[in-house]
Design a protein around this ligand. Sequence first.
Ligand SMILES: C[S@@+](CC[C@H](N)C(=O)[O-])C[C@H]1O[C@@H](n2cnc3c(N)ncnc32)[C@H](O)[C@@H]1O
Length: 300
Amino acid sequence: MSTVQQQLKLEQTAQGWDRSAEGYLAFMEKTGFTRLYAQDILDETLPVSSQNNTPKDVKILDIAAGTGAMSIIAAQRVKALGVGGSVLATDFSPLMVECIEKEIKSHNLDNIKAQVMDGQNLTLADSSIDFAYIIFGIMFFPDQQRGLSELLRVLKPGGVTGIATWSPKNPMAEWVINTLKKLVPQPTTPTPATPTTPPTPTGITLSLSDPVSIETVLKSSGFVDIKVEGKEHCFESTVDMYVDCNLDNPVLVGIKNSLPQDKQPLFADTLRQVAKELHPNGIIKINSLAYLTTARKPQL
Ligand SMILES: C[S@@+](CC[C@H](N)C(=O)[O-])C[C@H]1O[C@@H](n2cnc3c(N)ncnc32)[C@H](O)[C@@H]1O
């Protein structure tokens, strides 16, 4: 495994994500960000018109819920459907869970709870959930297979899942690659001690980033009726805000820590400089393509 992959794995801890909770919430509030994709998945799996098919007292689980992008909309949807039921928003980062609790209060919702929980070890009964979502979370699990087995275990037979993952088309990935090229210039004549290419942010960030691999993994985990759809949304942000809210993200921290020690303090400023060279007016329109997957646990 390359140094960058080792560092990325090392940073995938609750404390690592705790550090990014505040920035993540701020970006979410300014741009809507992942809420737009959560809305798409909810419209597909639990449309407003589904009163008659939705179980009474419906149980919804949001895994790796972050600051509650999916959970809040899902709780509002349950109210709109009038079927009764509740949402459990879970994340392994206590500070993300605190952000969700603030969101629950500010939206004045009484049908949702937030709980600290690792997606690879759900402390929930077998076959207890009607709808379970993992929006932009599964790619960070060190053991994705285990996460999917847990997801399948807690769903009721016939229960529905919705999963969102990013495609590789993402401006931050390009900025990071250019930053690494600046900080680790490549020798013209490579030697065994000096790699021919700088480290690139692959692996965790790009896992499950194409329809074939998503379908294959879900099928081998035991899901059926798998449907994968690409969906693009556009956000506008200042470059500074987009950089600031990503700097504490465990993915960028892992990439920074994979650099030689003397280069690590230069990472943030170089990233900002690279981004501003590409967007001199300081504004970025981010077109982000995601894959939205829906599937079912087989009926008994
Ligand atoms: C990019 S955020 C996405 C949050 C939210 N679902 C959204 O779409 O806005 C990834 C989230 O996954 C959570 N996470 C990562 N690994 C986890 C794990 N093993 N168990 C539970 N949550 C995890 C992080 O704490 C973080 O909140």
